[in-house]
Design a binder for this molecule. Structure first.
Ligand SMILES: Nc1ncnc2c1ncn2[C@@H]1O[C@H](COP(=O)(O)OP(=O)(O)OP(=O)(O)O)[C@@H](O)[C@H]1O
Ligand SMILES: [Mg+2]
Length: 464
């Protein structure tokens, strides 16, 4: 597929603590407080926003933000960062209400994957793929790429060895993966989820659901996740003969790769040989160069190579200000050395959590960004605009128009990824089964109906 839509779902960790750090509210109560303005506006804790994203409260009191469909990976990063800001604002509002109530309580939303209680949260990537094409062939080739890409796009972190010492790893999430492929998301937590929910014309499309990613804070890391995976998919889809890179045991490998900061320890392959994480990534990078287009995709290749070189050579000078794992490696190393701590110390765990806090006043990542020690690729205004503005080059544009008009005119509506509908008796749903559709007569008619219905309605208060 030369053009592909994709979307990123982020589950946020949620804690509500007093000034002394003790728990103030149970997660259920904190989530209810967080979602109060959302429920007031949409009568549900599962809504679509004007930027066509989905904001909802998943089971287990996990706030989740799923970006609208993007066909440009910098746009996707902008939409993802807009989601952080929307949730950060909701948390700030909830904190003010709690304070007004006289409660000593502050809500922290963490864009991370693992909390101190061992709970794991997801950061799921979705890629549109052709149904007729290579779907059955995909996992075989994609898995070695996904197992090893943590050396590029991991969020980094510390795990504790059996003897109690802490050790820095590319990804803590790797220890929470239990299967290579499955149709279940939660219980067995596969690297690739094969549940067949295309959110589009089922005769033409499938949606590839990648569960293995880390929640990345760095725009460069998030961009690389999508841009490199898209290129790898294109290589597979091109039908060229591919090197047999299948690993002997994907789950054993993903854990070993997380722990090997050189990227060069041998990983057993399915054919009885061995490879290394750096070799697998370099192989895919070289293949990607055969399909990459001029312009932005050449930059992706360059950045991918720089990231890989940082692992291969051990020279972190570029990576330590661009990639999450390397930024965090430097940070926890410096703090542990300064305070004379082992990496397993609770202070380091708290630092790791604070790195992923999305509140501007508490986020260590954002503090590094302000000091020029973490990347800010996107213009500030672009991220701000993405809070209100859906991607313009996919069907998200249509959903965004409908939600915006319905909110402005106070007209009740329900939408999902493929359907747009007013909630009045007899209203006909409009189906948008082509993820690339950006104009549709039925949507124009729906917009006209919304304007007509809402002509006399007072404008509602702007939501979060
Ligand atoms: N046809 C498509 N191809 C690829 N991605 C899509 C497509 N349609 C929607 N998406 C993206 O897939 C994601 C779907 O998010 P959502 O949280 O609703 O996922 P889900 O897996 O269907 O549901 P849940 O999280 O409730 O299990 C969004 O980021 C969206 O932009
Ligand atoms: Mg989801």
């Amino acid at each position: 597929m030369m053009r592909r839509v994709g979307g990123l779902e982020t589950e946020f960790g949620l804690v509500c603590v007093r000034a002394d750090g003790s728990r103030a509210l149970e997660p259920e109560a904190a989530a209810r407080e967080l979602f109060r303005p959302v429920v007031a506006m949409g009568r549900s804790s599962n809504v679509f926003l004007r930027n066509a994203a989905r904001l909802y409260l998943d089971v287990g009191s996990h706030p989740e933000y799923a970006t609208a469909e993007c066909d440009d990976w910098w746009e996707l990063v902008a939409q993802d960062r807009a989601g952080e800001r929307i949730f950060a604002d909701l948390a700030a509002q909830a904190d003010r209400r709690l304070a007004d109530d006289g409660q000593d309580a502050r809500i922290h939303l963490l864009k991370n994957n693992v909390d101190s209680a061992g709970n794991a949260f997801g950061s799921h990537e979705n890629y549109l793929v052709d149904r007729r094409g290579e779907f059955t062939r995909l996992p075989r080739y994609l898995l070695p790429f996904l197992v090893t890409r943590q050396i590029i796009t991991g969020a980094g972190g510390v795990v504790t060895d059996p003897d109690g010492t802490g050790r820095f790893v590319f990804s803590r999430r790797s220890d929470h993966m239990w299967e290579a492929i499955s149709s279940a998301t939660t219980r067995t937590r596969p690297i690739i989820n094969t549940r067949d929910e295309p959110h589009g014309d089922p005769t033409r499309f499938r949606r590839l659901h990648v569960i293995v990613g880390d929640s990345t804070m760095s725009e460069v890391s998030t961009h690389l996740r999508f841009a490199t995976t898209d290129l790898v998919l294109r290589v597979i889809e091109s039908g060229r003969s591919l090197p047999e890179l299948a690993l002997h045991d994907d789950i054993a490998a993903i854990r070993a790769v997380a722990r090997d900061l050189t990227g060069q320890q041998p990983i057993p392959t399915a054919n009885g040989g061995s490879t290394t994480a750096v070799q697998v990534q370099q192989r895919w990078l070289d293949l990607a160069a055969e399909v990459a287009q001029e312009g932005e995709e050449q930059q992706v290749l360059e950045t991918w190579q720089k990231a890989l070189d940082a692992v291969r050579t051990g020279d972190r000078s570029w990576a330590a200000t661009h990639l999450d794992w390397a930024i965090k490696e430097q940070l926890v190393g410096q703090v542990a050395a300064r305070l004379g701590l082992d990496l397993s110390a609770p202070e380091i765990e708290r630092l790791d959590l604070a790195y992923h806090d999305i509140a501007p006043a508490h986020s260590v990542f954002q503090a590094l960004q302000r000091r020029g020690l973490a990347p800010s690729v996107l213009q500030e205004q672009r991220v701000e605009d993405a809070r209100e503005q859906a991607p313009r080059t996919t069907r998200a544009h249509l959903r965004g128009q409908v939600v915006t008009a319905a909110q402005q005119h106070g007209v009740d509506h329900v939408v999902d990824w493929t359907t747009l509908r007013l909630t009045r008796p007899g209203a006909m749903p409009v189906q948008v089964l082509d993820p690339f559709a950006t104009s549709l007569p039925a949507v124009d008619a729906l917009l006209a109906e919304i304007r007509a219905l809402g002509a006399d309605a007072p404008p509602p208060a702007p939501p979060a």
